[in-house]
Design a protein around this ligand. Structure first.
Ligand code: ATP
Ligand code: MG
Length: 282
């Protein structure tokens, strides 16, 4: 049992400084209760990866992470045989052919490691949309039956069901087959109130009034439909910046001077300056 209720999710995540809204707590609770993978999708920097880390930290579970990228293959995701060691064994002993496909020569990769883990485990499959479509095929057996078949060794069934979190930036649609096996949670930018609380939790020493102003300013920037909207991570950076500068108030001059912390395109900065009526940059 991962969590007793959505309320417990909220409390335990808050204890590790992850502030969740009702949508998040319900999904996180259900994923644990139903033993289903949780697919979180949404823009950059809204807390998708952090959610998996927070679930692990809140429950004292081990975190195993599979980072997806173009070209990720079975050998990196699942397991591979240690060819070098196999070769050496065969060179030393002609009769070793039967032995070289055994535990001793198996190199565990994150998915196999998570399936075989006998302690509570959170498996984070991060940035799933960056992997090639074939990887999704690989995930299907694992995510529906929590088992992996290795031809030479047989089928390995999970000792205990891991808590699986998949993340995606939605740069491409994931397959329906994969989605069907998951609970889906769309993560978006938080309300200004929740973002203020997140910033306060993450940046000790920050005056509440600044956190409030930052959250409101960032929300105003997000409605401008910029090339790249500021993420929560960038709001936190902004808060740290102001603290480092010793500012206790956020006026137009400081906003203008530090806009590069949250907006990383010249055209976005120009747009924001115009819309927010900031003094011209020198
Ligand atoms: N609900 C939250 N409570 C506390 N901190 C949060 C929350 N959401 C996001 N954060 C903060 O924002 C940072 C960025 O989050 P994270 O790295 O999880 O984003 P992401 O959605 O995985 O982004 P990307 O798509 O770029 O990988 C985290 O390190 C964390 O400090
Ligand atoms: Mg991430």
């Amino acid at each position: 049992m991962w969590f007793a209720s959505p309320d417990e999710v909220r409390e335990r995540l808050a204890a590790v400084d992850y502030l969740a809204d009702d949508g998040i707590t319900t999904s996180v609770f259900l994923a644990g209760a139903l033993g289903k993978p949780l697919l979180t999708e949404g823009p950059a920097g809204v807390g998708k990866t952090q959610l998996a880390k927070a679930v692990a930290a809140a429950t004292g579970a081990r975190l195993i992470r599979l980072q997806c990228y173009e070209g990720l293959d079975e050998a990196r995701a699942l397991y591979e045989w240690n060819y070098k060691k196999q070769l050496l064994r065969i060179q030393a002993d002609d009769d070793a052919w039967d032995d070289i496909f055994s535990e001793e020569f198996l190199l565990e990769r994150p998915l196999l490691k998570a399936i075989r883990s006998d302690e509570p485990t959170v498996l984070l499959i991060d940035e799933t949309d960056k992997a090639d479509v074939e990887v999704e095929g690989l995930l299907l057996e694992i995510l529906s039956d929590y088992q992996i078949t290795i031809p030479e060794l047989g089928t390995i069934v999970a000792a205990r069901t891991p808590y699986v979190v998949l993340t995606s930036n939605a740069t491409r649609e994931l397959s329906e087959a994969l989605k069907r096996r998951c609970l889906y949670l769309h993560l978006d930018y938080p309300t200004p109130e929740r973002e203020r609380d997140i910033v306060l939790a993450q940046v000790p020493g920050l005056p509440a009034s600044i956190a409030e102003q930052l959250a409101r300013t960032v929300a105003a920037l997000r409605v401008l439909e910029l090339k790249k909207s500021p993420s929560i991570a960038e709001t936190i950076d902004w808060a740290r910046t102001l603290l480092a500068l010793g500012r206790t108030e956020l006026d137009e001059t400081v906003i203008g001077q530090t806009l590069g912390v949250v907006l990383k395109h010249n055209s976005d900065q120009a747009r924001a300056a115009k819309e927010l009526g900031l003094p011209a940059r020198s």
